[in-house]
Design a protein around this ligand. Sequence first.
Ligand code: SF4
Length: 398
Amino acid sequence: MGEARYTNKGFGLKQVIGGQVVRDYASPLVDRLRAEGFVLVAGDLTFRLAQEFGFCYGVDRAIEYAYETREKFPDKNLFITGEIIHNPRVNARLVEMGIRFLDAEDGGTSCAQLSAQDVVLLPAFGVPVATMARLREAGCIVVDTTCGSVLNVWKNVERYAKEGFTALIHGKWDHEETRATSSRALLHPGGQYLIVRDMDEALVAAAYVERGGNAAAFCVRFENAIAPGFDPDVHLLRLGCANQTTMLSGESLAIAERMRQALSARFGPEEGAARFRAFDTICSATQERQDALHALIDGHTLDLLLVLGGYNSSNTTHLLEIGLAKGVPTYHISDAACLSSAEAIRHQPLGASAETISRGWLGEGPRVIGMTAGASTPNAELERVIRRVASLRGVEPA
Ligand code: SF4
């Protein structure tokens, strides 16, 4: 019997690879912190951790399948279509294991060069329909780690398209997940989508729904965020809202409500309601991390908050946004090396595309340091950060 060419279930090798995964990403210190009420004291520093943080179920599964795949096919070329998750250390570890990026900028293998002997991993974000078709054509073995919560968004977007609704997706058009999700809208004839990054962009779309406008200017404004052939005079009249799973949930809900109001203003409440659909597709892991951070900040006085995660990680950036909105001095760092000294911290401010260095982040005297980590951050990284902060003060975690 030949080898299966596609799996989204892994290879049942969890027992075999479990030790490796624990060695690479787990942290006894963070486990202890969790067991002891999410608080740890080191000298005059108190670390308070949000009660939900770090690896989510989708990331756990994607990493597990990547390790299982390496184990299952030790001698085959093993590729991944892009970052498996948005964490530089995790991606570097996969490269060390011989997993290569497809279409890498350094002239790596392209889909067209794949053979039936090759194995390709799909990341937790999923891939666009066209990429999937190219992989099928190549005949390679595909190991699909697309998260179930992402599949749930796809299901809704496809249903909208089938029923003649344009998918209005709250997300980032250049994010892998949103590119994959929006491609789903085109699976049905006449399917359309519009991607809005935030409320400001949603307001532009809402104003067009209510009062019309210059269609050409609208299409230029959303150049990268609409499907080919998008016509705002036609495709903004029946809307189904969805979102990238890792957006700020409050903003997603507000955007859906604003679009509902716009259709109601244009067509009257009854017809407006018939022209509107919404389905909250924020994943539970994202929601729980955001809720836990709210609870941490509301429940304690924090001198500062460290948000740990890749700079291109959408869910991590939203944790930064929450900290700042609540008035806590908050720093988004990618790893422990960002803590240059007790004086200087390298971090990426909200909305920036590069790091900056701030001074006086830790201050003097007793400090309560809030901490959280995005869904793609290993506990081992969190431990390195805690130990680094403690060492800058010359103390050890108790
Ligand atoms: S953040 Fe949510 S959607 Fe993304 S991988 Fe994790 S659980 Fe899945």
